[in-house]
Design a protein around this ligand. Sequence first.
Ligand SMILES: Cc1ncc(COP(=O)(O)O)c(C=O)c1O
Length: 370
Amino acid sequence: MIAEPMKTAKWLNPAVADLRPYEPGRPIEEVARQYGLDPASVCKLASNENPLGTSPKARRRLLQVLDDTYRYPDGGAYYLRRKLAGLLDAAPEQLIFGNGSNEILEFVGHCFLGPGRSLVASAHAFVIYKLIGQMFGADVIEVPTRGLGHDLTAMRNAVRSDTAVVFVCNPNNPTGTLLREDEVRLFMDDLPDDVLVVFDEAYYELCLDQMPDTLRYVRAGRSCLVLRTFSKAYGLAGLRIGYGVGPTEIVAALEKPRQPFNTNRLAQEAAMAALDDEEFVRATRDVIRKGRDDLERACRAMGLEFERTYTNFMLIRVGDGAAVTERLTRRGVIVRPMAGYGLPEYIRVSFGRPDENEKLIQALRQVLGR
Ligand SMILES: Cc1ncc(COP(=O)(O)O)c(C=O)c1O
């Protein structure tokens, strides 16, 4: 085939043309191929996945429903919706499901962002907020952090008359920092009610301390949306299912750009079973608490600065984050460089099983010569 200049380039939406796509953690198979490693020896500590794998209850349910995949799923996720509504003390109409909670972030863009509008987010928060702002042609107001955590006062003060959405990530990816009940209350008390607050709580169930109760703002009818996911605590990242909880009017708007079968049958069934697997979530929290203890101890011993984390990943200051990531990856330990988050001196590591954490610590010692 002859390569031709793309004749349609002139039609490319400028907001999309300038977009730098999100760079996810590298897959094990790709790294194994590149460095000639045995895939079984590579550990991926780069995407904040569940160190214990998939919820066993979800796995059992998946095997039971495999034969039903020839039918379209229930686009409204009737049973999952009712089950979750009961657990959260919400009305079924206050829930929306997404192909991962990421997809719901995109619905927020479709519904609320566009040229002439702005969004507010913390400077070192989940980078998708910024990408979505750019994709929809909105101004992205990045607010400097206090330490490495959200500065909610500064974020409130950054809100302009054209600000449609504020994103609050808690615990925050990639810094692992946690906002407390009082801080969130002060912020909400002071925020104009025509601004949509998106509380991104992807790590809610894996939080190692007290989470603020943000659903209270949904119940109070405030303009807010609480996002959670089955990817992390329940180990269903590969199935892509997450949800949002918000006042009925906001959820009804978000439903409009949703494709009819955005969450698949297997994901819905697995999610329902996973909700009964509290034991798995508890075991996961235990493993990540141990991971945090072990990594913190190792960092202190190596004289490395780190940020106290409240969930299943941690930021470590290593100097040249990109170079250290490359050298760890060669040794079969995949971590995440943080330049894309404005933190080029850091790497972000997800806590794995104890043997994986040990491999990371050994590799760090070799790479940094400590
Ligand atoms: C803060 C945050 N929000 C949202 C997501 C997206 O999760 P998912 O689309 O798998 O539900 C992630 C994934 O890493 C995340 O860290």
